[in-house]
Ligand binder design. Sequence first.
Ligand SMILES: [Zn+2]
Length: 502
Amino acid sequence: MKIAVAGFQHETNSFVAGHADFDAFQAPGGWPRFSRGNAVLDTLPDSAAPMSGALRVARAHGCRIEPLLWCIALPSGPVDDSAFERIAGDIESGFAKLVAAGALDGLYLDLHGAMVTSRHPDAEGELLRRLRQIAPDPFPIVCSLDPHANVSRAMVDHATLLDAYRTYPHVDMAETGGRAMEQLVAMIASGARPQKLFRPIPFLVPLDTQCTLTDPMRSLADLRHDLARTEGVDSISQCFGFPLADISDTGPSLILYGENRDGLAQAADRLESAWLESEHAFGRALPTAKDAIADALARLETDPTGPVVIADTQDNPGGGGTGDTAGMLRALLEANASGAVLVHIAQPDAARAAHEAGTGQSLDISLGGQLTPEYGAPVSGPFRVGALGDGRFVGVGPMYHGNQIDLGPVALLEKNGVLVIVASRKMQASEPALLHHLGLDPARLPILVVKSSVHFRGAYQDMADAVIPALAPGPVTARLDTLGYRHAIRRVAGAATENEHA
Ligand SMILES: [Zn+2]
């Protein structure tokens, strides 16, 4: 069995400045580098990426693997059309050559599902449309997706099967790649192709209530699991959607596959009803940074062990945040939250200055607020340099486990007892290895503030006394009703219910 594989991932936030150019795909923080051809087989198997699991399964089945390329860029504004054409073009031409040479049995794609370019709001739909032209049905094309995918009709039509991670935090990426590959191998062996059912959900869900560790999503995840056991239903994915992409396809969806058409429809009806019943619970309000820190300090008075983990969700680099807003740092200083640690502000000149000054020295710098001053001014020094590191370490948390991470020079700074990690690159704060790298044990901190919406829970939920997502000013807005969508057509979760009472 001969199977071509490729990966091309981006999550696009339409509401932040900047674009992802070709360079952004070269060495993204926390992920493997751009790799082509056989380099994919060398670098990806040791990572947490879906491709890793897919390769493992393909090898276990004795498949001959034809690697095209694999790349990812950190979430940001739209992908440049030139970068999209260059990368998509390489996948297309490599695939076309293999198809023309004959004896290619299938294609596996490691996609995100929420990529937008200026010309193609549904970039994955466009990529799949082109690949399908090269290899018409019934040639099997199977994709793993991030559940933040804004799934389109074109994606469903042109792929034989789409299969999304079940979890958020995403702790099953490699598992999903492996499952997608198992299904591809089974399709090739049997020659059968499943029926499809695509059901968009009519409202948008903010990131912080999409978490599968908490209700209502936890119950929906359990229900999906139960329904997937229905006779003749092979696969059910529920995508939460990426609500910060302003395209007509933005929003959650259900995608079901199998031979039993009635079974698919009944399972979709059950799951859709449960989503609709949960609508209001998805729209909960979050406290301000000041209130969240006051809450944390009050909890620590009765139980001083900690940590209380506060999520700076509106500057989550995993949602397109810059990783450099200073609102949480300012609020910690104003509250005299001594011993609290903020992870992390991405500011290369601050990290460099700390390395030049050396441990124990004082630094007179302005920290944060450099890239997006509209979300608050920098915090002025002096800061004391507490620890230094080269920013290279291996992921140990459930999400980035095994990934070679390179954040460039990093430093631990202190001001009035409040600690802040600075790094040369941004990355979602879901990896405890960064704290270990600077001599910190997250379990022993009173307050840990993370620039993350949900992924941090994978590493910290179990050790935390409490988890408080909170609002400091930032670009990854949790209040979807304030965004002013121009293209997204679905309502914000809870909006209809509120209007009914207005
Ligand atoms: Zn995601």
